[in-house]
Design a protein around this ligand. Structure first.
Ligand code: ZN
Ligand code: ZN
Length: 106
């Protein structure tokens, strides 16, 4: 038996941790799926067939490992951690800037 407990995803921002099964964009256990980014993936334990949970990915700018919640990262053509989003907010289109500003208030 292989020891799989070492494959652990950990978000650099919120410190969320979970074991992942695969890192990449073409998971072999979901045949028809090609992701837009390389991500940490695990099979959904609550569905018997091709259920998939994306745990997180790397920020395209600073390479931080971030989970996919709105507090930690944003996908706009590429994955960005929220720290990079805030420091480059003017690079994003207006509707995205508005969404981010709404989030910041809360
Ligand atoms: Zn996180
Ligand atoms: Zn970043």
């Amino acid at each position: 038996m292989e020891e799989e407990s070492s494959k652990q995803f950990s978000c650099d921002i919120c410190k969320f941790k979970a074991n992942y099964e695969y890192y990449g964009s073409k998971p072999s256990f979901v045949k028809s799926l090609v992701l837009l980014e390389e991500a940490y993936l695990m099979r959904d334990p609550f569905t018997s067939d091709a259920g998939l949970i994306i745990l997180g990915a790397h920020c395209s700018t600073c390479k931080k490992c971030v989970c996919l919640t709105g507090e930690c990262s944003l996908f706009y053509t590429k994955r960005f951690c929220m720290e990079c989003v805030y420091s480059n907010i003017n690079e994003f289109p207006l509707e995205i800037q508005e969404e981010i500003r709404k989030k910041q208030k809360g």
